[in-house]
Design a protein around this ligand. Structure first.
Ligand SMILES: [Zn+2]
Length: 86
């Protein structure tokens, strides 16, 4: 019971956590913008994981970021692809 409460509180904090700022458009990317549940549920043996995030913001059309997320759910690094076709 106690563990369940702690986990939900941690999740609530992570949802509000500022993960990074997109270098392309300046959008603030919070934990809620990332599918934390899928990371929680997957058994990760090798951190950091890569996570692909896409969004459009202001005058910037849809674009993609690859985030490198460590075991503390912090973004260690990110990459913007030079080109993309969806
Ligand atoms: Zn962006």
């Amino acid at each position: 019971m106690q563990k369940t409460i702690q986990k939900s509180q941690t999740r609530a904090i992570l949802m509000r956590k500022l993960m990074t700022i997109c270098p392309v458009c300046g959008k603030l990317i919070f934990g809620r913008d990332i599918d934390l549940d899928s990371i929680y549920k997957s058994e990760v043996n090798n951190w950091p994981i890569t996570y692909t995030h896409y969004h459009e913001h202001r005058e910037h059309p849809l674009h993609v970021l690859t985030l490198y997320i460590d075991a503390n759910f912090s973004v260690r690094d990110l990459k913007v692809p030079n080109s993309l076709k969806i």
